[in-house]
Design a protein around this ligand. Structure first.
Ligand code: GLN
Length: 404
């Protein structure tokens, strides 16, 4: 099918038509999250794969968005985001994380994934090396490569999934420009520790590196751990980009409202990239998110805690059904260690059989690897209605007995 030529791919098309395609994009499949959700749309299959809640989202925000659609402007908002949202992002992070963000340090984007894309597009030159930590969100590597970067892989080590600081230090070369981090971490729920930040600061200052920190799970921490952004660390304040997501904070994943926060010089470059990706984000949704961020801390705690029962129900239910299940400190996910559960299948084989024989979609950990995949773990999303989780647990228990 593909006739690979230097710099691009020629697709097999009717004579006389020659379509040239970028090699990185041509080589991509469809993301695991869409693939798995699609499989759950067919027939009686429960979707514990892609991370989204069953609930509609907070009524207050839905009403604020509806009212804004009817009563306020639906024309292009300011390119960096409506002033109300930028002010609300700054105030929210000042209150929740003691950050001091100025208006010119915030760029609103159409979701965190766009923020990541705009940041990589803004920062990378061809040949720049980016250290990435596996397991990782499957968007990182294609975006790095599409913008000319070269990923250098390190991996978290189970069962604690702590940051491999020695491996990170060893991966730094004269071409390294960026370290990409994700804390709290999807899919494991682990978090960068205060002592990790001390060493990371030293490395970044010594080698003049920028940190891109995907912090979309910052509001979904269930065990009382404190989230630390690199922007809170003086040595990293001018050399880090913080990525945030209203979808994760408010359980509104389809809204695709996110942001990148960084020192003005970096934020300015991100805004230039953003102007030619999506340019702006629907203003009604931005105003609604601004209202949500202004809700008091108690409201945010209650919203997060609305997911806590599902987390306990799923992890305990999985354990009583014979699975070695772990709920990390944060995120909407629980993971199962197959070998520790006595299941002699790879993650992909397990997920396939769980769909066909068990009627449940999950996500194999190997989908979060671009190199040397860890194939012994499976991720389950717990932000589902109670009756859905109960039915899923019944199926998982039944399925477990078929595995011997
Ligand atoms: N972060 C989501 C997840 O882990 C996926 C995001 C997406 O599908 N774009 O399920």
């Amino acid at each position: 099918m593909w006739d690979v030529t230097a710099g691009g791919c020629r697709v097999g098309v009717p004579a006389g038509l020659a379509l040239t395609m970028n090699r990185t994009i041509a080589a991509l499949g469809t993301t695991i999250f869409e693939t798995m959700s699609q499989r759950a749309r067919n027939g009686d299959v429960i979707n514990l794969g892609q991370g989204f809640p069953d609930e509609q989202g907070p009524r207050e925000l839905l009403e604020a968005a509806a009212k804004a659609v009817l009563d306020r402007s639906s024309q292009y908002p300011p390119m960096r985001g409506v002033p109300e949202l930028r002010a609300a992002v700054a105030a929210y992070y000042a209150r929740e994380q003691a950050l001091d963000l100025a208006d010119d340090e915030i760029v609103v984007t159409s979701g965190a994934t766009e923020a990541i894309a705009a940041t990589l597009m803004a920062l990378l030159e061809p040949g720049d090396e980016v250290i990435v930590v596996q397991p990782l969100y499957d968007a990182y590597v294609p975006l790095i490569e599409r913008f000319g970067g070269v990923p250098r892989f390190v991996s978290l080590v189970p069962p604690d999934w702590r940051l491999p600081l020695g491996a990170i230090a060893a991966a730094i070369s004269s071409r390294t420009r960026v370290i990409m981090l994700n804390t709290p971490h999807n899919p494991t729920g682990s978090m960068v520790q205060p002592s990790d930040w001390t060493l990371l600061s030293r490395l970044c200052v010594k080698h003049d590196l920028t940190i891109i920190c995907d912090e979309v799970w910052e509001a979904m921490i269930f065990d009382g751990s404190r989230h630390v952004s690199p922007l809170a660390i003086p040595q990293l304040r001018e050399r880090s980009v913080k990525i945030g997501s209203a979808g994760k904070i408010f359980s509104l994943t389809g809204w695709k409202v996110g942001w990148a926060c960084a020192a003005p010089r970096i934020a300015g470059a991100i805004a230039k990239a953003h102007q030619f990706l999506t340019f702006t984000t629907p203003p009604s949704l931005q105003w609604a998110v601004a209202e949500g961020l202004q809700r008091p801390s108690d409201w945010h705690v209650a919203h997060r805690d609305g997911h806590a029962d599902g987390r306990t129900r799923l992890v305990e239910g999985l354990r009583s059904a014979g699975y070695a299940a772990t709920a990390g400190p944060a995120t909407w996910f629980i993971h199962v260690d197959l070998a520790a559960s006595g299941i002699a299948l790879t993650d992909v084989a397990f997920c396939e059989r769980l769909i066909t024989d068990g009627g449940i979609v999950s996500i194999p950990f190997s989908a979060f690897y671009a190199q040397e995949p860890e194939t012994g773990h499976v991720r389950f999303c717990f932000t589902k209605h109670t009756h859905v989780l109960d039915e899923a647990l019944k199926r998982l228990a039944r399925f477990r007995t078929t595995l011997g």
